[in-house]
Design a protein. Structure first.
Length: 73
C-alpha cells in the first residue's frame, strides 16, 4: 500500500505538498542512517516506498509547473 496516493497529492495545496515532501525526505534519511549503521530494519521495503512517494510528489509538482493536466482516478 502506498504511503500517499496520487489523488491525495493532487488535492493538496503547494505548501502542504512541500511540507509533506520535507517530512518524507527526513524519514528517508533516518531510515537510510539506520540501515547504514547495521541496524536491522522492521520493514526494508520502507526505503523504496519513501523514494516512490517523494518521486510522486515531485512529478505532480513538475506537471503543474508545465501546465500538464492529468485525469484523477
Amino acid at each position: 500500500m502506498p504511503i500517499i496516493r496520487v489523488s491525495e497529492i493532487r488535492k493538496m495545496k503547494p505548501e502542504e505538498r512541500m511540507k509533506k515532501l520535507a517530512e518524507l525526505r527526513a524519514e528517508l534519511a533516518r531510515v537510510r542512517a539506520l540501515a547504514a549503521s547495521g541496524t536491522p530494519l522492521d520493514n526494508p521495503m520502507r526505503i523504496r516506498e519513501l523514494r516512490r512517494a517523494i518521486a510522486r510528489i515531485l512529478t505532480i509538482q513538475r506537471e503543474e509547473e508545465l501546465g500538464i493536466r492529468r485525469k484523477s482516478k
